[in-house]
Structures are given as C-alpha cells and as structure tokens.
Design a binder for this molecule. Structure first.
Ligand code: IVH
Length: 687
C-alpha cells in the first residue's frame, strides 16, 4: 500500500467531530436542559456538516444530526407513544436574503402565514371524540412521552370540547411555556432554597413538564399556545382557517397571526415583533413562516427533518459593544478558575451589565482578547452574560476561527496572562487532560471550595438547613467559626447572634434547623457529605445497598460497582474519600452530633419515597390491581391514601367509571387525574 492511500482527507475527521459535537449539544439541550451552544453556533456547524456530507456521500449515516431532530427522551416514568405524524423541526433563517431564497422556491401566488416562534417545548395534544386523551412530547420526533397529567394542569387547555363539526380525531400541536413572571418567581424560590437556577424559561418549562408530580407542575404555572392542527376530515382549506376553527373550539391560539402576501409584508411583521415581543408575557425567539394553502403544503412536502412549506426566522440575540477594563479570575466551589470580564457598564435586555464570563483560557486565546479591547457582550439563554467576540468582528464565537491569531505581548509568553496559581489560596493550578478548565486542587484549604462544601451540605436536597445562605456562611467563615461541615454542629447561639445582620431570632432559627437536620435520613446525609461524583440519585442507590456508613466505609470497588449507575470512577472516588483521615474525623464528629448514619427500620421496609408527602384519592374501577392493592402500593412508596378530594389532594388515581361528582370536584380544584397506567409508570421510575 502506498503512503498516500493511507492519508485520510481531513474533512472526514471533521465530519466525525462535528457529528459528535452536535450530538453532544443536542443531548445537553434536550435531555439535560443545560444548553452549552447557542442556536446560531449550532446552525453554523450543522450547515457545515451538511455541506461536508454532500461532498462525502459514502459517509452517509442515518444517525447523523443532519438526519434527525434532537431528542428529549431518556426520562423514565412516562408512557411512550409513537407519533401518528412525525414531529419535525424547522429550518432556520437569519436574514431577509435567506427568507427571499425560501420564498423563491414557493408557488407564485403563495400566501404566507406569519406567527410568533414561542420558545418553549413542543407538545402534541390528541383529541378523540372531543376529549383530550394524550399529550405527547416531541421525544425523538418519532415517539415521545405522554405527559397528559402535567398538561392537564394548564388552565387554558380544554380537557374536552363541544361544538359542531368536531373531527373524531385530531391533533393540535403547540408550545408549552413558563411565562416570564412564573419563571422569575420560580427562580427566586430556588435561589432562596439554594437550588440550581433555571437558565431560561424554556429550560424551566422542560424541567417542569418532566416532573412526576402534577401538583408541583400545577403550582409552577405553565401556559401554552397552539399552532398546528393535524388529522383527517379537518375544517378549512388553509392553515389560517384551521387555527381560527381551533380558536372557536376554545383553544389558546395567539392573536399575533397574520396572512402576508409579500416579503415586504413579512419583513414588516418581523420588524414590529422584534421590538414588541419584549412586552409579551412569554419568551419568543423568532417568527415562523408557513405556506397558508394546505394543497400547496402537500405539494411542497418535507425533507427528512423539516417541512419545505415552513421556516423559522430567528431574532438576533441582543448584544452590545463595550470596553473590557480588566480580566479577573474567579474560583468556583469546585475549584474551577473562570476568567471574568470586567466591563464598562452597559445596558442589555433591560439590565445593566458589568461582568461577563470569558469561559476559559482557550476561549480568550482564540478570540485574541485583552484588556482595553472593545468586546461584544451578549445575554444568551444563560443567566450569566458572556463575551462573544471583539470589535470589527462578527460578534459570534463561531466565526472567529477564520481570524489569524496575533501574537501580542499579552499572549506571547505561554499562558502568562492566565494565573498559574490559585488567586484565592496560592496553590499551583492544574489542568486535567481533556478539560478546558484550570482547577485549584487544594480542596481542603481553598476558601471558596470549603465554603462550597458547606453550602452544598446545608442545601435543600441535602441537610436542608435554613438560614445559612451564601452570605451567612461567608460571614461565619471569615470569623473563623466555620471551617468544615462538622463545625456547624458546634455553633453556639451567641456566636451567631453576635454577627452583623444576624439577631437572636435568626440565630435560634439556624440552631433549630440544625437540630431538625439530625432526623434527615441516611441517604441524604450521604449526599450531603459531598463525595465527588456522588449526586442525589447515586447517593440514594448506594444508601439502599449499604444501610450504614460503617458498612459503606469498607465497601470494595467490586461491591460498589455492582450498584446500578456506579462505575469505576465513582467507586474510586468513594474509596478515596474514606481513605482520607480528615474525612473520617469529620464523619466521627457528625456521628457524635447525632446525624443519621444508617437507615431506619421503616426506611428499609419502604420500597421508595416516590410518593412521600402525597395525599392520593383512589376513585373508579381498575384493570390491573384491586383498590386495596393500590392502597398498599401508595403506602409502600411513602404516600398517603385519603378518602375525599380536597385542596390538599395531590392527585386522584382515576380508574374507569369515576363518578361525575368526584370528577367535577377535581376539575374545580384543578386536581390532576392520574390514570392507572400513568400511576404504575410513576412507581417504576427509579429515583
Ligand atoms: S410549526 C411542521 N409554529 O419551533 C411544523 N413551531 O424550531 C411544526 N415553535 O418544533 C412547527 N413556535 O417547537 C411552529 N408558531 C410556531 C412555533 C413553533 C414555536 C417551535 C416548535 C418547533 C420548533 C422548530
């Protein structure tokens, strides 16, 4: 074989890399609800991949991100339903030119319906004989999860409709959203409870829709707009007429729908809503253009991913140019050092911005940024604003690869601009191979890391200790009263009450809450210890297998790896944790303080705590189990069976022939009805 035939074209590698990157971005967006790539960057990469795949047809792969839409499947506990019609996505455009290109391919006399593009997640509502029977998420486009119990908490969606000419079966598709006001309220609550904030309303809506707790879903206040009707024997010959029929039947259809006859009219609609959307109660990220005539839609047809008869136009992200005054470095709770841009204050989407993330060292190098530069700052879907480029450039990180990297004084001496030592504790920083971040390895001595561990310990899902927010922990740490989680239980009333802003009352609250935390079950104590890679779910699973800390302490790698979800890395992290004398001392002190280091008899008997705190009413006739069996099941999973529906009812486990009186009462109080299958699915969810 000659040398040349062994050399592979670099584009082939690029295809593989882009597929991986886009798959990863899809997963983070759809499954984790933690987007890491902007829509724009995603599209730029997707287009590049499409072009390359066209050049190398032998590399065609039906699993490529160009061939399918992202997937939000992966959560257990919901019935999976095959879509009757696949749920596709839309092609994106960003300019008048791109819209003109699209219009050129349409019939001459085309009417275009303009709608707002709501930024939530799509849902398909099935109506059979006028009754809502299923509400299916997009999933992977072919099949999705039936989240009907959660959808029924949305007040604007009718459970049943009446009227003339209602088809025996139809689907209405639309977007589920969390309005800004609810989003802000939810994040405020989460902040107070020291839970991770949702980056944007879309993520909050998505996280909410997948909860196994319709009562909590109801409390959060989702809303919906519907924009597409499917089925057979439907009314009207145009998309617009169908939406108007749906509005007549009582569905939430937006008022902002216009039929346009030219690109100029479309552009006027875009210009109007680009500003006006800021006054809407929900998030929008663009507009959707659809061919109005249904016959023309059929003739235009579909590509593998999206209809040819519809396209999205995405609003440009709001960004501002401002001067970078300095770069500072912030050490996070896990020791990661993040470069922070200190900016000349600038107004952005209604707030004043003076700090933004520069992500990591590579990012600064690639964009060739240094203090004194004018930089673009953007508020993407994330909470923290970010720098996306510098002046004279496109302002988009995705485009900067074309620029030559200038060897300035700032960047010339290796990583001279990036600290080599931790700005908090002076320890030499390390960079884990394959990671972009520099990290301070001084886990036990670096102040933000110590405080981070304490913050984690007291957080809601761990020991749930009230009154100890970030500021209070800072204060007590500075005073030398709090160096480790075990110190918490040595705090004295007068030590706390002496602090500025903390009176006797808050001191007593903290002490009461610390006292109450001694009843927190062993699985949560294990999570609270903050062993690396042992998250909430893993801790629960480990605690179910190892019923006390004494047995866990001596667990072997083999025993640990036998637990569901525990791999070698997690096992090693646990073993390393118990090999450390300081940790053993901390555990000893916590044990002496009275914390639960083993599971109680009752916990050992319960199968799970899936229904903990739930009041459940059983009503109707069931196919799979008797009422008594359901009653026992509720108790075995930590719930309570109650006789009559009241405000306190979490949901009704509803079988066939549920009495009309109960049904009306549930509807009046917005108490969700959960079917037998949904209930069983809830219990099979491991958590
Ligand atoms: S129509 C086959 N109309 O945007 C056409 N979609 O990027 C189906 N979206 O998956 C979609 N507002 O979740 C349509 N007025 C609107 C929309 C809309 C938001 C979402 C939808 C879709 C995604 C495509």
């Amino acid at each position: 074989m000659d040398l040349f035939s062994q050399i592979e074209a670099p584009e082939r590698e690029e295809i593989r890399r882009l597929r991986e990157e886009l798959e990863d971005a899809n997963y983070r967006y759809y499954v984790l609800n933690q987007p890491t790539m902007s829509d724009r960057d995603f599209d730029v990469k997707l287009r590049r991949l499409q072009d390359l795949e066209a050049l190398y047809p032998d590399m065609f792969d039906p699993k490529s991100p160009t061939q399918h839409v992202g997937s939000d499947l992966g959560k257990k506990g919901f019935e999976q339903v095959a879509h009757r019609y696949p749920m596709l996505s839309l092609g994106n455009t960003y300019s008048r030119e791109e819209i003109e290109d699209w219009v050129r391919k349409l019939p001459q006399d085309v009417e275009i319906v303009c709608e707002l593009k709501y930024d939530g997640l799509s849902i398909s509502l099935w109506y059979e004989d006028g009754k809502l029977t299923k509400a299916v998420t997009r999933g992977d486009g072919q099949k999705g999860d039936n989240v009907i119990a959660n959808i029924k908490t949305i007040a604007s969606i009718p459970w049943s409709i009446q009227g003339e000419h209602i088809p025996t079966f139809f689907e209405l598709r639309g977007e589920v959203l969390l309005p800004w006001a609810q989003f802000e309220r939810l994040n405020k609550e989460r902040e107070e409870q020291e839970e991770q904030l949702f980056a944007n309303p879309r993520n909050a809506a998505s996280g909410t829709l997948k909860l196994q707790d319709p009562q909590e879903v109801a409390r959060r206040g989702l809303d919906a707009y519907l924009y597409y009707m499917l089925g057979e024997d439907l009314p009207g010959n145009t998309h617009y007429d169908r939406l108007m029929a749906a509005r007549q039947w009582g569905f939430p259809i937006s008022d902002a729908i216009r039929v346009c006859h030219s690109v100029d009219e479309v552009m006027a609609y875009i210009a109007y809503w680009d500003t006006e959307r800021k006054n809407l109660p929900v998030a929008t990220d663009g507009i959707v253009l659809k061919v109005n005539n249904l016959q023309q839609q059929v003739e235009l047809g579909y590509t593998a991913k999206s209809p040819r008869w519809a396209i999205a136009y995405k609003f440009p992200a709001e960004k501002q140019l401002t001067r970078l005054k300095a770069i500072t470095y912030q050490v996070g709770r896990t020791g990661i050092v993040t470069p922070v841009a200190n900016l000349e204050p600038v107004q952005l989407s209604g707030t004043m911005v003076q700090r933004a993330t520069l992500h990591n060292e590579d990012f600064i190098r690639q964009l060739d940024i240094q203090p004194g530069d004018n930089v673009w700052v953007e508020k993407g879907g994330e909470i923290i604003p970010k720098i996306t480029g510098k002046e004279n450039l496109t302002g988009e990180a995705g485009h900067t690869a074309e620029r030559s990297y200038s060897e300035t004084v700032f960047h010339s001496e290796g990583r001279s601009f990036f600290p080599t030592k931790c700005p908090e504790c002076g320890t030499e920083l390390v960079r884990i191979p394959g990671e972009a971040a520099w990290r301070c390895p001084n886990e036990k001595g670096c102040p933000p890391q110590i405080k981070g561990k304490i913050e984690h310990f007291v957080s809601r899902k761990a020991m749930s200790i009230d009154g100890l927010g970030e500021e209070t922990i800072d204060l007590l740490f500075e005073q030398g009263l709090l160096h480790s989680i075990a110190d918490l239980y040595d705090l004295r009333q007068e030590d706390i009450a002496r602090q500025e802003r903390l009176g006797e009352k808050s001191a007593q609250n903290i002490l009461d809450s610390l006292e109450a935390s001694k009843q927190v079950p062993w699985s949560r104590v294990l999570f609270a210890l903050g062993i690396r890679m042992v998250g909430e779910t893993t801790a629960k699973k480990i605690a179910r297998r190892f019923r006390s800390i004494d047995t866990l302490q001596w667990a072997t790698e083999e025993q640990l790896c036998a637990i569901d979800d525990v791999g070698k890395q997690i096992a090693d992290s646990i073993i390393a944790y118990f090999a450390d004398m300081d940790n053993l001392q901390t555990i000893q002190r916590l044990r002496e303080a009275g914390l639960q280091m083993e599971s109680t008899e009752q916990e050992q008997q319960a199968l799970s705590d899936t229904l903990a705190g739930k009041n459940i009413v059983i009503s109707g006739v069931f196919a799979h189990h008797s009422r008594d069996e359901y009653k026992a099941m509720i108790e075995l999973h930590g719930g309570k069976n109650t006789g009559s529906i009241s405000k306190k009812t979490s949901f009704v486990l509803a079988g066939d022939n549920m009495g009309p009186e109960k049904r009306n009462k549930a509807e009046a109080l917005s108490i969700p009805l959960v079917s037998e299958d949904e209930f069983l699915a809830m219990l099979t969810t491991e958590n």
